[in-house]
Ligand binder design. Structure first.
Ligand SMILES: Nc1ncnc2c1ncn2[C@@H]1O[C@H](COP(=O)(O)OP(=O)(O)OP(=O)(O)O)[C@@H](O)[C@H]1O
Ligand SMILES: [Mg+2]
Length: 297
């Protein structure tokens, strides 16, 4: 059931994906409809092999659907060749992977800069943007660290900073907490929830982790390549776990504030009243902005 009046940032209709060699084809997705809305954290849950990663790859323009339609920010994203698809992906999508996907020979800030369209002469601005993104996820003091010197939680924060710095309106994460202990996992989910508070961004995270449910605006269940259900655990217009923190790099400049409308008084009890006080955005050492370029051997 869809209760929001917002216009979706991403709309997928009737997505079918057939994988495998001729003769051994396997229909992974069997007609999936998904809408992602700005300012929302949606979780995608389902058994192993149900098609979550395949669906995420199609929504993020890494794979093309066998059939069906995909629109991102009003742009058609199906039936395109590899270059046009990559162009949409670069402009609109940021990815966070379970295994971080950081280059071991690049520092944190250089890994984030990979997401930026760095052209000749634009490197200075890119360094500043990447540094700002790292500061916003609490890693201002680790910009020159190599991945081998970062904890799992810190590596995932670098990956999130990379996804944000490209200014994509759609942030997709495939089991972002699976490799993390519970404290780091909670920090990363709080960060994802904060990212989704940007009114110009939609966040979709695949998860098996039931501890992440309290951060969700919406949960989509997938089974055997089909959407099996959807729920909105929000109560009284609030996420069940509130997240706070300094602003993160936005996909777009914030729109003019809408007129304030008094919320209707609701008498139902809250299911959960958890207020998270963890603050992942400490900007310790944020003054070390000067980067030394390493010469390649
Ligand atoms: N290249 C491929 N060729 C054939 N079948 C594939 C291919 N890639 C994935 N599959 C199958 O498609 C199904 C869905 O895979 P997918 O990776 O999307 O599942 P998932 O829901 O992400 O699972 P998990 O929770 O284990 O990550 C699985 O049965 C998988 O074996
Ligand atoms: Mg998967």
């Amino acid at each position: 059931m869809q209760t929001t009046q917002k216009k979706p940032i991403l709309e997928a209709r009737g997505i079918v994906k057939v994988l495998g060699a001729p003769g051994t084809e396997f229909t992974v997705l069997k007609g999936v409809d998904v809408e992602l809305f700005p300012g929302e954290l949606t979780l995608l849950m389902g058994p192993s092999g149900s098609g979550k990663t395949t669906l995420l790859s199609i929504l993020g323009c890494i794979l093309t659907p066998t059939a069906g339609e995909l629109e991102i920010k009003g742009e058609r994203a199906h039936g395109l060749g590899p270059e046009a698809l990559a162009d949409i992906r670069r402009r609109h999508v940021g990815f966070v992977f379970q295994s971080y996907n950081l280059f071991p020979t690049l520092t944190a800030v250089e890994n984030v800069m990979l997401a930026l369209d760095v052209r000749h002469g634009a490197e200075r601005g890119a360094t500043e943007r990447a540094t700002e993104a790292l500061k916003s996820v609490g890693l201002g003091h680790r910009i020159n660290a190599y991945p081998s010197k970062l904890s799992g939680g810190e590596k995932q924060r670098v990956a999130i900073a990379r996804a944000l710095s490209g200014r994509g309106s759609v942030v997709l994460a495939d089991e972002p907490t699976a490799a993390l202990d519970s404290e780091n996992g909670r920090g990363v989910m709080e960060l994802m929830a904060r990212v989704s508070q940007d009114p110009t961004r939609a966040v979709l995270a695949v998860t098996h982790d039931h501890r992440t449910l309290s951060y969700a605006d919406r949960i989509i269940h997938i089974e055997d390549g089909r959407i099996a259900g959807e729920e909105r655990p929000k109560i009284d217009g609030q996420r069940r776990t509130q997240v706070h923190g300094a602003p993160l790099p936005a996909a777009e400049p914030a729109p003019a504030a809408p007129p304030v409308v008094a919320a209707p008084v609701r008498s139902e009890p809250r299911l959960v009243e958890v207020t998270s006080t963890a603050e992942p955005t400490t900007e310790a050492g944020g003054g070390q902005l000067k980067l030394r370029r390493r010469r390649s051997a």
